[in-house]
Design a protein around this ligand. Sequence first.
Ligand code: NAD
Length: 490
Amino acid sequence: MSSQVTNGEVRMLIDGELVEAASGKRFDNVNPATEEVLGPVADASSADMHRAIDAARRAFDESDWSTNRALRKRCLEQLQAALESEREEFREEVIAEVGTPRMMTFAAQVDWPLEDALTWPAKMIDEFEWERTLPNTEKMGMASRRGVIKEPMGVIGAIVPWNYPIEVTLNKMGPILATGNTMILKPAPDTPWNATRIGRLIAEKTDIPPGVVNVVTSADHLVGEELTLSPKVDLISFTGSTATGRRIMEKGAATLKRVFLELGGKSAMIVCDDADFPSTVPMASMVCVHAGQGCAMQSRLLLPRSRYDEGVELITAGMQGVPYGDPSSDAVVMGPVVSARQRDRVLGYIEKGQEEGAKLVVGGGRPAHLPKGWFVEPTLFVDVDNTMTIAREEIFGPVLVVIPYEDDDDAVRITNDSNYGLSGGVVSASEERATAIARRIRTGSIGVNGGLWYGADSPYGGYKDSGIGRQCGIEGLEQYLETKAIAWPA
Ligand code: NAD
């Protein structure tokens, strides 16, 4: 079962050199669909991380990277070409190390970020308003000409999760480099090879100066924490769990670290009573795509009480029909979850749902026909109350909860009664009605009647516990910039 890629890059990129850990230590990269070891990768210690931080600091302070826009544009274009030259290797590798279904590699796992995550920020190097002029002023007898200048933040620690590693990495790297910063990329230990491959391509196929991008892999999360503690790092750009996001803020407070946090979600799909149920309700089984391991997944399905039974019947059939199994197959939309730890966590939530009185109608366990690999069955709970744990916490597994509601106001109330606010969807026969509901949802992104907001030019991030700041779009570029007011005598 599953593609067995074994030629992953072992070495990290530190100060322009492809290197092993100074200790010589390595750790195993494991295929979640087979539980087999794919191969090794360097296991950095804090000392390696500090070498990378020092290199990034030097590259920012002492090279012309931060001011030379033409160089940055050329380097981003070179990196884009290099990534495209190994597109198929990335595809097979991400299927093997992430367990993502092949189908998803033609979308957000590989092809979508290869389309615009670097090319859009590269284009913005020419189009972004780096400087603007303010009206002259007269104060205390002194006339002044005034302006505003945008400058790079400095050294960025980019910490990436395992669920969409290439997508998150490139959507950090594009804006970080386009705006003139230097960076240390810290991938998740579960999925290191896509990052070391990017590091090798940078070293071998681009003019990106030494130290501008460093890639540090480690089995130990606390090696990543050095980024949040170091006074030489100016901003942490983090995507991952809300718990780790909180810890990063706490640990970063001592050095007044800037933070961009893209965290968890518990997004809702609201189906209005006038919607075409047969064509819309089964779409909620999309929560199983990539085994539910997406922060923007719509993991709460809100059905109107007046058509509840009809909706439950349709979504039950939808969840029963989800094709899952070997992620290298063209036919599946769902592979395993990333690790035994995640599988046990998901199964724990399923148990909790039953304990708290939700009705389990599909799945609920490990599939008997897949004894190897960290699989969980597509799982559906109905008659869920929004106060239950499975309605409040991010499960990050193929688990959908169905919650009945009375009217539009009630749907809005239930949706907003969440610590999270990352994404969501509304479907109705009336676009106007769906849009009116969408405007009332406290969330960073929302699709009306299936509309997809995704793109490197589209700001993405969360309200409430779903994060701080925005990835992508002009707002995403701004995040990696400092603002300087400047004045001269008029
Ligand atoms: P995590 O947040 O612990 O890990 C994400 C990244 O942060 C990894 O690179 C990890 O090495 C790093 N990290 C962990 N602790 C750190 C620390 N103290 N300082 C600096 N970096 C640190 O996520 P996880 O444990 O891999 O997954 C747990 C849960 O997080 C999941 O079940 C899911 O709910 C959530 N999650 C959310 C997203 C998302 O995109 N919102 C992505 C992955 C996981």
